[in-house]
Ligand binder design. Sequence first.
Ligand SMILES: *Cc1c(COP(=O)(O)O)cnc(C)c1O
Length: 221
Amino acid sequence: MSITSNYTNVSASIPSHVTLVVVTKKHPIPALQEVYDAGARVFGENKVQELLEKHPLLPSDIEWHLIGHLQSNKVKQIAPFITMIHSVDSFKLLTEINKQALKNNRVIPCLLQIHIAEEDSKFGLSFSEAKMILASEELKELKNITIKGVMGMATNTNNEDQIAYEFQSLDLFFEQHRHISTPNINLDVLSMGMSSDYPLAIENGSTMVRVGSSIFGQRQQ
Ligand SMILES: *Cc1c(COP(=O)(O)O)cnc(C)c1O
């Protein structure tokens, strides 16, 4: 199967209310150009360095999403052009994104990354930490970010019940906080689902899936 037909098949399997983020990490420029030519316009990278290398080499109407862990000292480099940051996992990071967005005269859409998997991970907020950020007074001062939703990754397991349960827990949190409407909180993105589990994520409320290997094949390690 070619990249083009894989992309066409994946996008045809996704309902129109769900956004497909094509995860391009570790794939070379010609492969990215191929999905672009097939119609893809939303690309996700997980490393700032790789994003900075690829961004200038590809068409300027691509929307770049950062989906991997972000260190505060690297925000400055992506702030001029990043379309969405999925991996906000601290209030401190949010303040730095706000500062750099202000310098660029932009408002940067952000998602709070919530740790829903059973596996230990250094990254991601707990539900209660995410709740605290959404409720904090200090958040109101950050006029150059907007919290557009939440992101999560399910456990890497074959147990579909467990994966569905984890997605449901994130969907519940999302639904419980959607009524909040402040100048910089407006939750309408539920980013969950990757190659192995995106159909299940969509069944459980996902509005944005992040798919790499189903389109490009396995990544080079
Ligand atoms: C790599 C990655 C994906 C995509 O994974 P695939 O299994 O290749 O679809 C999705 N989300 C994040 C955060 C990733 O790092």
